[in-house]
Write a protein that binds this ligand. Structure first.
Ligand code: NDP
Length: 540
């Protein structure tokens, strides 16, 4: 077992620095990644248990997670949790909460630092699991692992900061302080698209704050979550702090979300599932003693605005990277390019040329830029949208797909109406809608005219327009003269407005507050110590 508590405070005092990405142009890194891919290949097809407290339970009823590049290759078999097991896991988490909440913050943070260290040692290995399980390219998989390490490092430091003395106004005659205490048992329900980073981020934020967790990973990426559970066990995290339930969200999700002993839900995923959780969590259940807190991070329909003053090559690069990185399966993906009339044709031509150069293929190969989309359902849904797009716009690149893996060409539709379905609905695949705007004002209006508000970018050299967009472009993460994907922990606290979620900021200084509640503690000083202060009432 790794010793987790040595030097936690001194480590927490060192500044947080984002993990640098692996340089795959170096032969030794290529070799290391290839070896890890071989290693993981030899481990595919194993069966993984549910983890409830100190029990590992493999049920007869399992489902397979498969390699989307080669769907007959099983990545792993996972047990389908039953409603009874959901109840048991919540019960175990509730019991464990009574001890875990008393563990000092410094000690809790120590587990995150220790897990970060193990992830660094296993960097290529964890990348390889993502390459197999969700079809990430090497670069995308590595960025995902780096982000997971960043979350661990960042939230460990944040918890120690929150556990320290908090700034409040002092008055004579009283001792006052504010402490952040945990909430209780939380359900952590991550998506598959950042199967390491988001899963690790939401889980670690929950338990470092003193809560206990039921982690229900996405059914298309449970193997990566199982690797994290292994790490938590190795660093000695007490059993019952994070419980691991696999199975379809549509089958066990409601039982989990509705449970009266559940205190909060941390969810990242689609708009529709997010709305369902929001509604159900707001309903009081018999025996429930609190209002459940929902931390929901949902979809996006992110836009990139380009005006006539912009560096057009750089804009086209940013549009293509934002639209097609990880096959367009990012909540931050730039799925709308909104270009002013004056430079529309030029930018469109550049975008099409650059799109046609992208390589689609087996993600175990280092030269692949785009792998498959995550599963057959996703592929069918995206292909349906491509058919819709053929009636709503002019197909200027891609549109096709190849099997047997779930490969879809990077696809560009030009001349799309801002209210067309492919310009409004989240497709979550490699499909870009290019929209012509009359001028910058029109472009900004179009950019804001969706129900989402996650990320956005503006390419312009006009300082006044940039200032206007800062005020008026209503998204949680706004970028200028760069792509709208690739938020870094601590640097770009991440999360959106409107239907993109509950306005939280993952990787920001406010994030852990969502997993805690603040308690004000006041004690009257003894009379000998000075005059009694005048009584003041606040809102009572
Ligand atoms: P889904 O909403 O389909 O699934 C997300 C998670 O919810 C999965 O673990 C899923 O389990 C679970 N789930 C499904 N149904 C229920 C239910 N009824 N009750 C409880 N849980 C349930 O999203 P995807 O996994 O497909 O992820 C893609 C979506 O995530 C996109 O919309 C994307 O924009 C969004 N996203 C948002 C981010 C943000 O920061 N705002 C970041 C990343 C992604 P199962 O897999 O078993 O169905």
């Amino acid at each position: 077992m790794v010793k987790v508590f040595e030097g936690v405070l001194s480590r927490a005092q060192t500044p947080f620095i984002n993990e640098s990405l692996i340089d795959f142009s170096k032969a030794e890194n290529q070799r290391a990644q290839s070896q890890a891919i071989e290693q993981v290949k030899s481990e595919l097809g194993r069966t993984y248990p549910l983890i409830i407290g100190d029990k590992k339970i493999t049920s007869k009823d399992t489902f397979a997670s498969v390699n989307p590049a080669q769907p007959d290759q099983v990545v792993g078999y996972f047990s389908r949790a039953t409603a009874e097991q959901v109840n048991e896991a919540v019960q175990v988490a509730a019991t464990t909460f009574e001890t875990w909440k008393r563990v000092p913050a410094q000690e809790r943070a120590g587990y995150l630092f220790a897990a970060a260290d193990v992830m660094r040692q296993r960097r290529f290995y964890i990348n390889a699991w993502m390459i197999y399980e969700v079809g990430k390219s090497w670069v995308e998989a590595d960025a995902d692992t780096a982000e997971a390490i960043d979350f661990l490092e960042f939230y460990a430091r944040e918890m120690i900061r929150l556990a320290d003395e908090q700034p409040i106004v002092h008055i004579a005659g009283e001792e006052n302080k504010l402490v952040y205490i945990p909430l209780g048992v939380g359900a952590v329900i991550p998506p598959w698209n950042f199967p390491c980073a988001i899963m690790v981020g939401m889980t670690s934020a929950s338990f470092v704050a003193g809560n206990t967790v039921i982690l229900k990973p996405a059914s298309t990426s449970p193997a990566i979550a199982a690797q994290f559970m292994r790490i938590l066990e190795e660093v000695g995290l007490p059993s019952g702090v994070v419980n691991f339930l696999t199975g379809s969200g549509s089958v066990i999700g409601d039982t989990l979300v509705d449970h009266p002993q559940l205190r909060f839900i941390a969810f990242t995923g689609s708009r529709d599932v997010g709305l369902r959780i929001y509604e159900r969590a707001s309903k009081h259940q018999k025996g429930q003693r609190w209002l459940k807190r929902s931390i929901l991070e949902m979809g996006g329909k992110d836009g990139i605005v380009v005006d006539e003053t912009a560096d057009l090559d750089s804009a086209a690069d940013g549009i293509v990277a934002s639209a097609f990185g990880f096959q367009g399966q990012k909540c931050s993906a730039g799925s709308r390019a909104i270009i002013v009339d004056q430079v529309y044709d030029q930018v469109l031509q550049k975008v099409v040329e650059k799109t046609k150069q992208l390589t689609v293929g087996d993600p175990t190969q280092p030269t692949t830029y785009m792998g498959p989309v995550v599963d057959e359902n996703a592929m069918k849904k995206i292909l349906d949208y491509i058919e819709i797009g053929k009636h709503e716009g002019r197909l200027v690149a891609g549109g096709g797909h190849q099997g047997p893996g779930y490969f879809i060409e990077p696809t560009v539709f030009a001349d799309v109406d801002p209210h067309a379905r492919i310009a409004q609905e989240e497709i979550f695949g490699p499909v870009l809608a290019v929209i012509k705007a009359k001028d910058f004002d029109d472009a900004l209006n179009i950019a804001n005219d969706t129900e989402y508000g996650l990320t956005g970018a503006v390419y312009s050299r006009d300082p006044q327009r940039i200032e206007r967009a800062k005020e008026e472009y209503h998204v949680g993460n706004l970028y200028f003269n760069r792509k709208c994907t690739g938020a870094l922990v601590g640097v770009h606290p991440f999360g959106g407005f409107n239907m993109s979620g509950t306005d939280s900021k993952a990787g920001g200084k406010d994030y852990l507050l969502l997993f805690t509640q603040a308690k004000a503690i006041s004690a009257k000083k003894q009379p000998a110590q000075g005059p009694t202060p005048p009584e003041r009432w606040q809102g009572e």
